[in-house]
Design a binder for this molecule. Structure first.
Ligand code: NAD
Length: 515
């Protein structure tokens, strides 16, 4: 059954009492497509919070039709008028921040202040997109030839789509759509089916800010829904963020259809600790980077490489002490340090990796298995896990686990640490802790990783830079947000124009025109 109703059930109903069923947001209306549904859990209690629609081919097609219909007027809307809507949007995001973050915590499980952190990073992209008039300015060459002027402009692509992961249900969509619509495109978001509610509220607030219907749409769904989007020839480009196998497959499938595609994948981020590092500060930073958001961040630190046994022994002792004091509990309680994992499957997966680490011979110093919280026995909680003396051949080192599991490796030089990182499949983020400027410069200059920190454990670029990894952490050429987003969401057109001062008739010339 397919129904259309005004979106008025948002946002209060989403927060105060979850609706039994969550639909899609197409052309400014909530669309109910109940042909297939999925369960959305509250990870802190392990119970189904609501059912979400998994869009059928016809619902995907309706969304594309709405976005295509909205495109001609939107692309002609002056950039500064688009920016005015984004300015109002930014204000509405700030006014509704608590509601958005409650939804994030209810469905993702992360701490409420962590949710505010991710939303804040998303709002920074809206801020950046408000400068679109400046960003879209073209390039002009006067007198490119005799009486000839030439210029380039950056035109929007049309209907573009975004497919996003569960771990940042507000921020990662906001890496994409503010810049896409600021550039004059219309947008279809397919958020994660595991925590879809924040995206619908983000869409409703865009409508409240004055965005014309159809410019931004949300379709909920799974891999089938994404396939329908890929097969629709009217979708010009797709931005994807998720795990590496899916990113690679999306890149291949979209490329085969001639779509522009950027697909950001998984990670295994190493922190390197030199003997001269300020260890107390380094370990505090590592605790947040490894165990914040239960390790479910693509920039999470999951490997610590210590230079020398003395550095390793001291680092491990500090980590063990802090792990034993980690407060684990539901994200709604601001006094907690770490919330639950997203799902029962994630809990099983991380548990199995701890089993494997033990079987592979790593030294288990903190064991997160079997963690239970009174009153939340069915929640997807796990404790923080620390392995020392991990070897590069072990699966706990090679694989992205995406949970609160930290591996310590011991090497004898910075060169050996760099070699280790460079040989790893992923190249999303890394950081070095040191007081040695020469070492830091060598590291940032040579390391084969896309985002590098020095004494910064989570080097997530600000909105005016761009975000992306190297190697199998990114399929495509352009990063998300920042200047790269203008290039990804526009197509260059170059005009060459001649206006002769005289009325003299030109002779036919058969040589290729030059100078
Ligand atoms: P995922 O790959 O399972 O899902 C991501 C999205 O793809 C979801 O919307 C999902 O519905 C869709 N999807 C799933 N299977 C699909 C298929 N076969 N075909 C098409 N679409 C499909 O990822 P996840 O578990 O939601 O998120 C965690 C992963 O995302 C981790 O690997 C993490 O490192 C990665 N991630 C990367 C970045 C980055 O910037 N590189 C940022 C955040 C998360």
């Amino acid at each position: 059954m397919r129904l259309v109703k005004p979106y008025m059930s948002f946002p209060n109903a989403l927060v105060d009492a979850a609706p039994a069923y969550l639909g899609h947001f197409i052309n400014g209306e909530e669309v109910l497509d109940r042909s297939r549904t999925g369960d959305v859990f509250n990870p802190a209690v392990g119970e189904v919070r609501l059912k979400v629609g998994l869009a059928s081919q016809s619902t995907v097609s309706d969304a594309v039709t709405a976005a295509a219909a909205a495109f001609p007027a939107w692309r002609q809307t002056p950039p500064h008028k688009r920016a005015q809507i984004l300015f109002r949007y930014k204000q509405l995001l700030q006014d509704n921040a608590e509601k958005i973050c409650q939804l994030i915590t209810a469905e993702h499980g992360k701490l409420i202040d962590d949710a505010h952190g991710e939303l804040g990073r998303g709002i920074e992209v809206v801020d950046y997109a408000c400068g679109i008039s400046e960003l879209l300015k073209g390039e002009y060459s006067k007198n490119a030839g005799p009486e000839i002027d030439s210029w380039s402009e950056f035109q929007p692509l049309g209907v573009v789509a975004g497919v996003t992961p569960f771990n940042f249900p507000a921020m990662v969509p906001m890496w994409m759509f503010p810049m896409a619509i600021a550039c004059g495109n219309t947008f279809i978001l397919k958020p994660s089916e595991r925590d879809p509610s924040p995206a619908l509220l983000l869409g409703k607030l865009l409508t409240d800010a004055g965005l014309p219907d159809g410019v931004f749409n949300v379709i909920n769904g799974d891999s089938d829904t994404v396939q329908h989007l890929i097969e629709d020839a009217r979708v010009e480009a797709l931005s994807f963020v998720g795990s590496t196998p899916i990113a690679e497959s999306i890149f291949t499938r979209c490329s085969a259809k001639g779509k522009r595609v950027q697909a950001l994948g998984g990670a295994k981020n190493h922190a390197v600790i030199l003997p001269d590092a300020d260890l107390e500060n380094a370990v505090n930073a590592l605790m947040g980077a490894a165990f914040g958001s239960c390790g479910e961040r693509c920039m999470a630190i999951s490997v610590v490489v210590c230079i020398g046994d003395e550095t390793a022994d001291k680092t491990v002792a500090l980590l063990q002490n802090k792990i034993s004091n980690l407060k684990i509990g539901p994200g709604v309680d601001a006094s907690n340090d770490m919330g639950p994992l997203i799902s029962q499957e994630a809990l099983q997966r991380v548990t199995q990796y701890i089993d494997k680490g033990v079987a592979e011979g790593a030294e288990l110093l903190a064991d997160g298995r079997g963690f239970s919280l009174a009153g939340h026995e069915s929640g997807f909680f796990i404790g923080a896990t620390l392995f020392d003396k991990v070897h590069p051949d072990m699966s706990i080192y090679r694989d992205e686990i995406f949970g609160p599991l930290l591996c310590v490796l011991r090497v004898d030089s910075l060169g050996a640490a760099i070699k280790l990182i460079d040989e790893h499949e992923f190249g999303n983020g890394t950081c070095l802790f040191t007081r040695d400027g020469e070492a830091a410069r060598y590291f940032t200059d040579n390391i084969q990783v896309g985002m590098v920190g020095v004494n910064v454990a989570l080097p997530v670029p600000i909105a005016s830079q761009s975000f992306g990894g190297w190697k199998r952490s990114l399929f495509g050429d352009l990063y998300v947000y920042g200047p790269d987003a203008v290039r990804f969401y526009t197509r260059r057109k170059t005009m060459t124009q001649r206006w002769s001062a005289s009325s003299a008739t030109d002779k036919a010339r058969y040589a290729f025109p030059s100078g």
